[in-house]
Design a protein around this ligand. Sequence first.
Ligand SMILES: Nc1ncnc2c1ncn2[C@@H]1O[C@H](COP(=O)(O)OP(=O)(O)OP(=O)(O)O)[C@@H](O)[C@H]1O
Ligand SMILES: [Mg+2]
Length: 421
Amino acid sequence: MVSQFGLLLRRFRQEARLTLEELSAASGVSARAISDMERGASRGPQRRTVQALVEALELDDGQRTALTGAAKAGRPRPTGPIPGSCELPRAVGDFTGRAAQLRLLRRLAGQAGTPAATVATISGTGGIGKSALAVHAAGHLADLFPDGRYFLDLRGMDAAPLHPAMALSRLLKALGVPEKGIPGDEEERAGHYRALMRKRRCLIVLDNVAHESQVRPLLPPDGAAMIIVTSRRTLAGLEGVRQIPLAPLSGEETVDLLRAIVGEERTGPDPAGLTRLARLSGNLPLAVRIVGNRLQSRPGWTPSQLAGRLDDEERRLEALAAGDLAVAAAFALSYQQLSATARLVFRRLALAAAPDFGVPLSAVLGELEPEEAEDALEELVELGLLQSPYVARYRFHDLVTTSETETVARVIRQLAELPER
Ligand SMILES: Nc1ncnc2c1ncn2[C@@H]1O[C@H](COP(=O)(O)OP(=O)(O)OP(=O)(O)O)[C@@H](O)[C@H]1O
Ligand SMILES: [Mg+2]
């Protein structure tokens, strides 16, 4: 079926007396992509693509509203798990690399319960891909854990990390214990949890652990469960635990990931630009994600052009501070590309420093209508500046809100403190 968006686009193009190729040249969107949209093969193109088309077609206000509205209606609504339920968040669709770690986790999962529960700790710096690996592994290992897979964010980077007693209560609830069956005393809760774990073959991801004492009560000594812990620290004080330190992706994997994000059509002709982008992003997945999303949202740009910009940005930031430049530069570059409304929302949210938020808070902070706030949030997600692990919930990457990685936090703070136009 041809979409409303496709019909409108074709009509406006014909009214402007442009061929596919001419519109492509004027907008920077490939002729094939335009043709796909007109035929309804892609129904809800990205905001930036629509923007480029609107400008190239020189649409008036009414036409612009009609086209952007049709594009929005065609974009799939996000679906996924509900926050607070210990359900796994959405996995990364274009997960790349980490084959050795996934093999190791599968081997460990196969051994769980012989004779004891298995605990693996994934550690590494912010943005290296610990959570992405843990969630992907949980999906990958579903067949081995018939009693379910659970996920809990221990908020180790927050000012007030989740207390173990609270974590136990959340897990017991997720494991099916009714509220009134959850003991008030922490020791008793832990006992109840260990008893349940002895009987069940389940996988639990404990994300963002602050330190050993936060997680120790959550590690069952026996049973057939597997626990995957992620932490910025190595948690060397935990005994009998398999350590999985994460390094950046290889240069080749980074290029693969960029290709997956942006698509072969645009990356194929410029392999040298991709290699440069990979190097500039430090092969750090978070920076790669932001750079890739930035490229994807700019249909007219080649990888080499973006690499030139990123290079300049890194040099500019080098004057400010050393370390974590790749991420800071990626953030700064994407920030500059935002619409005025999205910038405003980003800045106000950064200053408010809420751990996570939905449309209502963003609307209040940005003094916007809910629909405008939602558009701004989605734009921020599109560019990788916010994450949306659960439906209608948004959060900053931890790198933005903690002081541990000073450079990024500082750069974002500086961006946030710029005068509002
Ligand atoms: N193997 C991968 N393939 C594709 N994308 C990845 C991969 N690893 C990480 N990413 C992307 O990189 C970003 C950062 O990853 P992630 O959130 O897992 O980092 P982290 O190590 O958990 O950071 P933090 O310590 O701040 O929690 C995410 O946007 C994620 O989608
Ligand atoms: Mg994480």
